[in-house]
Design a protein around this ligand. Sequence first.
Ligand SMILES: Cc1cc2nc3c(=O)[nH]c(=O)nc-3n(C[C@H](O)[C@H](O)[C@H](O)COP(=O)(O)O)c2cc1C
Length: 442
Amino acid sequence: MSERETIHLAADLSFLHTDFLWRMSGSWVDYPYYSTSEFYENIAKIAECGRFDLLFFGDTGGTSEDYGGNHDAVVRNGVKWPRHDMTAMIPILARVTEGVGYALTMSTTYHHPFHCARTFNALDHVTRGRIAWNAVTSAYKGEAANWGFDVMMEHGERYRRAQEFLKVACALWDSVEPDALVMDRESGVFADPEKVHRIDFKGDYFNVRGPLPALPSPQQRPLIIQAGQSGPGMDLAATYADLQFSTRRTVESMKQHRKALDEKLLSFGRQPRDLGILWSVRVQVAESKSEARAKEQAFLDSIPPEGGLIEMSQWFGVDFSTAELDMTLADFADQVKAVNGNLGTFEEIVKTTEPNMTVRELGRDYMTKRIMTAEGTPKEIVDKLEMMHYETGANGGFILGRGFHATDNIKEFVEHVVPELQRRGLSKKEYSGSTMRENFND
Ligand SMILES: Cc1cc2nc3c(=O)[nH]c(=O)nc-3n(C[C@H](O)[C@H](O)[C@H](O)COP(=O)(O)O)c2cc1C
């Protein structure tokens, strides 16, 4: 999925309007984020100027009550709340852009593969081949409650279901051959029945006859993205994904992750170049290092002390409001494991956190330091991105996340960092293909 060494650029648009980012200067307070598409259209056009390949919309359908036992904290502070279904926005954005692609999230735990295959086939048609599916197994308790589950499905079972889900969805996308449509007025043949196939799938979770009652879309399958970081998550990515989102906190950990994934890919009969990684990175650009630091500090100062703890509660399904002053992460490890939420991410934090750090200190850092950061002048930022890219096999790129308030942050990146990336020949100046798959391979 990343045949060349280009740095591919993506942006996580999931929380531009929440997570304290709305308090930053240059963010659009009072803007009707969802009742008009202009806000997102503007961002998509800016990203396209920077030759981004992907804009990502994450999704979970829950309102977390993990911090303090009710939803007060997430609603009052706007922590990943609200979260609208962004499916409807995609065709609108596709109309105002030509090169940038879009990734939409759909859960393998709560949806059905037939519905998923049909929806993404339609989205691939209307975007003219610029849609990706972020296939998630959904690790949040609040979401489970909305889909009718008293208890969240166990981690291993979520991934067994996901394996079957992806198998069915892929079979459906392949069930109609690209040249099935004939439309010959003379003979009266609309489509060739021999090129349309049942899939006759019977499994532990799904029974699907097929075929997909739809013509193949420009990419045939959407690009498949997987972001699970645990063992079963990595297996799923290595079997099906074109791209992986990965959140690591040190370069060493990034390297280990890439190596582990490459070994898995080979063991599943695929090649490392078949799967690019988009590493999460938080960027703060300014004319000088001290100015960038000051901007970062302004953001940190706008976060209340419990901000990171509320977010951690949401991520790991454990009530961190109960953290006493001197408790460390290790004191919560058993509880987090029992919830079986975002296990891969939790393991990374345990691995890369100083053991004596208290949960409260960690909570403070969590909002900003959960991912790699690059801060300073455009040159300093590109130096760091270049180093991380080549240290990890130059196989994918970066997804900008967490520091990304709209619209100033995005504009600054495109105006100041992208020209330096392009000047060094690291990122592209033009889109070469018409589909997202082609652009990621360039
Ligand atoms: C960058 C990134 C983006 C993610 N986006 C979503 C999302 O939108 N919705 C979701 O339910 N999970 C999301 N996840 C969570 C993963 O898809 C996965 O379900 C989670 O990490 C638990 O799997 P694991 O235990 O294998 O790590 C994301 C993870 C990462 C690293």
